[in-house]
Design a protein around this ligand. Structure first.
Ligand SMILES: [Zn+2]
Length: 820
């Protein structure tokens, strides 16, 4: 009895404690409403009312400093402070003992990542709220205090009066380094800096002077501007088997690796590097030393080879290639970094080093930093955790570990993915396992993935703050959407479904399949994703995260529900993403089903079913294509020529797969109702075309293929050969003959076709033809410009074959209202 009573008391006590804990962690409604303006959520924030002032009643009292980040902090707050007395915002560094309250200096001194920590404290004069102290240990922290204040006040920016919350904040990040590596950083660094992300990694320009001495440069203006924004720049030394592009073997042919004897070289072969040759190490040391000479550079990230690329010379043979690479980098850095005691070498792991990562970790010296990358396992958006036991124990032992996670549907796709649960899981894992940072990958530009980037900023700073829904509401508030709660409800639905789609690599795999390729264990190979003999199975491959049809149907229903919320919200952003997700799920369901029917024995019923299902696939492909182009143009509008090939592929894959299925149907005499929408061969290139030149212009008369005005695709496809080709442009011309035809449209951008990516699609628009007799005899031509193997390559390597194809596109199709 007594025992029972004690147990009851214990439970009551536990409940009381839980209640108190919840009450402490939960924000009051006023604070929460204000905090919704701030991303990332500050660790400690409390708002006790507010005051309304005009700008000329607010004054800024800056701290005395030469540091560019403090200048940025001042610029950040200045728009709200137009007066020279009254309500005063004071910027103070903790070492300024005269002005900094001891209590704040003490509180900030002990925080994690103290260089970034800051406090905002209201100043009370005779009981009235009369100003702010913005306090930090270091300039970066002060900049962060200013950024937080800026976000709190932004909705008042264009008003005469500003509502100022009486806010108390103490804040610091969970992860020391929150960054990105990628391609659009000169633009994207501004928006990520506002979210308190603090690192970017970018390729250094590596090469050689005329005398063969190494040359490594970075853009000075980029470096100084990044520093001013509070963003650290880490230069990259590219994958070590890809140094041929630097001119290494032109100047130093003796550093080239010896290829495997008696094995034919693959197409586009370039030698790797022999690391037993001391010259290789000297040259890399030369690059490193020039990079460390930039005052803004403290770390260099050297990337291990990402494909197996051993050297078979006498000295290298029998040694582990990744151990050799690691030891070479350490030796080079020891030479280059001798005068830079604060500098750090980072070594990037890869899918090729994956099995030897234990050897790499065992080879490094103290202070060497490791970044985990693998084309298969960090460019992964599945529900699996990312940091595996070897690396987890490395990080937990206090050593410095970062990671290159993709923050999107897939590195290969440009597909909408509002994924709060996904990003929260990733960032929480990194924080819990003791990582020091991450450099996210979101190609080709953050504009396509604004939500996930902001989410990464949120949970890498404050991993146990907001829930997925709470963050989505804050995001929508900051974006100024009309109904943030509705957006949060939508993000909760589309985020869960989008994560399953991303985790199954559905779109990524279908893009590879559109070129007759597969992506396995981080490597691109020729192969079939599915065929008349190879079914698509639930729980595997492109349905990996959909264990059965019921699960796919559940997500279809969620996507449908998300679409309905989007219609209620009347936000194009939500509508288009919902459609892309819904139509992709429908597409993959129909694909699974029709491939399944193709496996059945021949019968009239089978033929009829195939016919009906192919028609359905066409409708879905059409809707998906139209939704994808609509979404891309909305979230990241750029000129057509600036559209990345991965976006083009993401728009076009469904039409290609639908066309592939139609070719299977020919044998059961199913008439294709939409032949214009399938590829037709219009030209080709052969090895002989490059006999005397590397540059080639391929012409084709396409008049019979373009009977209707509108959008068309010109596909360039690499069939085989030892050399891929560079593509430059496809031009549409019109006139009575090829010689007299005038250009009417050009899609000009540089691409590369090879065994790593067999196709590219150039986009054309055929104008409405004038109803004019003078033009009746006009014909349409296309000219495709490409460059094949260089003339100085040995003859056996100068082989290349490929073809050009045309089809009408669904990009300008209206979404089929009969479906949605
Ligand atoms: Zn060697």
């Amino acid at each position: 009895m007594l025992q029972n009573m004690m147990a009851v008391c214990f439970r009551l006590l536990l409940l009381l404690l839980l209640f108190l804990a919840a009450a402490v962690s939960a924000m009051d409604a006023v604070t929460e409403a204000w905090a919704n303006r701030v991303i990332p959520l500050p660790k400690q924030i409390n708002v006790a009312g507010s005051r309304v002032l005009s700008k000329d009643e607010i004054t800024l009292c800056p701290t005395d400093s030469e540091d560019g980040r403090i200048a940025t902090a001042i610029e950040t707050v200045q728009p709200f402070a137009g007066g020279d007395q009254g309500f005063t915002i004071k910027l103070i560094l903790t070492h300024d003992r005269k002005n900094c309250p001891a209590k704040l200096a003490k509180a900030l001194a002990k925080l994690a990542n103290r260089d970034q920590a800051y406090a905002i404290e209201p100043v009370m004069t005779s009981g009235a709220f009369s100003g702010f102290l913005l306090v930090a240990n270091e300039p970066l922290g002060l900049l962060y205090a200013a950024r937080t204040l800026h976000q709190l006040l932004t909705p008042s920016l264009n008003h005469r009066h500003i509502e100022i919350p009486q806010v108390t904040i103490v804040d610091w990040p969970d992860l020391e380094e929150r960054g990105e590596w990628g391609w659009n950083l000169s633009h994207d660094r501004y928006s990520i800096a506002e979210l308190k992300m603090n690192e970017v990694e970018m390729h250094a320009t590596l090469g050689f002077q005329a005398d063969g001495s190494p040359s490594a440069t970075l853009d000075r203006a980029f470096l100084s501007e990044s520093k001013r924004l509070g963003v650290k720049v880490v230069p990259i030394i590219r994958h070590l088997e890809q140094l041929a592009v630097t001119g290494l073997f032109t100047y130093h042919p003796n550093t080239a690796a010896t290829p495997e004897p008696n094995k034919p070289l693959p197409s586009d072969y370039q030698p790797a590097v022999c690391f037993s040759n001391p010259a290789s190490i000297d040259l890399i040391a030369g690059w490193m030393s020039q990079l460390l000479a930039y005052e803004e550079v403290h770390d260099i990230n050297a990337w291990l080879a990402e494909s197996p690329s051993p050297c078979f010379c006498e000295l290298c043979r029998g040694h582990n290639s990744f151990e050799l690479q690691t030891k070479s980098l350490l030796r080079a850095f020891a030479m280059a970094g001798a005068d830079h005691p604060d500098a750090h070498l980072r070594i990037l792991l890869s899918q090729a080093s994956y099995r030897d990562n234990d050897r790499v970790l065992a080879s490094i010296t103290p202070g060497t930093r490791i970044t985990y990358y693998s084309g298969q396992t960090t460019y992964d958006s599945s529900h699996e955790p990312m940091i595996y036991p070897l690396l987890e124990s490395f990080a937990r032992s206090g050593q410095w570990l970062s990671v290159y996670p993709q923050l999107t549907n897939s590195w290969r796709t440009v597909f909408p993915f509002t994924g709060p649960h996904f990003i929260k899981a990733r960032m929480t894992e990194f924080v819990e396992k003791g990582l020091h940072g991450f450099s996210g990958y979101a190609t080709p530009a953050n504009g396509y993935y604004d939500f996930n980037i902001a989410a990464a900023a949120e949970w890498s700073w404050n991993s146990s703050g907001r829930s997925a829904r709470q963050f989505a509401e804050a995001y929508a508030t900051r974006l100024g959407l009309k109904q943030p709660r509705l957006f949060a409800e939508w993000a909760d639905l589309i985020g869960r479904t989008g994560w399953h789609l991303a985790g199954s690599r559905t779109v990524e795999s279908l893009i590879f399949a559109a070129g007759g390729q597969v992506f396995i264990d981080g490597f691109i190979e020729d192969g079939e994703l599915f065929s008349t003999e190879k079914p698509i199975e639930y729980g595997k491959g492109i349905l990996a995260e959909f264990p059965n049809e019921a699960s796919l149907d559940h997500h279809l229903a969620s996507a449908q529900q998300a679409l309905e919320l989007a219609q209620r919200a009347d936000e194009p952003l939500m509508l288009l993403e919902s459609r892309c997700v819904l139509h992709t799920l429908l597409f993959v369901k129909e694909l699974e089903s029709v491939v399944d029917v193709f496996q059945q024995p021949l019968s009239a019923a089978r033929t009829k079913t195939i016919q009906q299902q192919l028609d359905a696939v066409d409708v879905t492909a059409q809707n998906l294509t139209a939704a994808m182009i609509g979404w891309g143009n909305l979230v990241h509008p750029v000129e057509q020529e600036a559209l990345h090939y991965r976006f083009r592929d993401s728009v076009d894959f469904a039409a290609t797969i639908a066309g592939r299925l139609r070719t299977w149907a020919e044998e059961c005499q199913i008439v294709d109702p939409l032949p214009a929408y399938r590829f037709h061969r219009i030209a080709s290139w052969q090895t002989e075309d490059f006999a005397e030149t590397a540059d080639l212009a391929l012409w084709a008369d396409i008049t019979e293929h373009v009977q209707q005005a509108g959008a068309y695709d010109i596909r360039l496809f690499f069939l085989n050969g030892a050399s891929g080709v560079d593509t430059r442009a496809v031009t549409l011309l019109c006139g009575p003959t090829k010689e007299s035809a005038q250009p009417v449209f050009v899609d000009r951008w540089d691409g590369r076709l090879s065994r790593y990516g067999r196709y590219l699609e150039y986009w054309l628009t055929i104008p409405e033809k004038p109803n004019n007799l003078a033009h009746a005899l006009d014909r349409y031509f296309i000219k495709a410009e490409l460059s094949g193997p260089a003339l100085n390559l040995p003859q056996p390597r100068r082989t290349s074959q490929g073809e050009l194809l045309i089809r009408k596109s669904w990009r300008d199709a209206k979404v089929n209202r009969s479906i949605h």
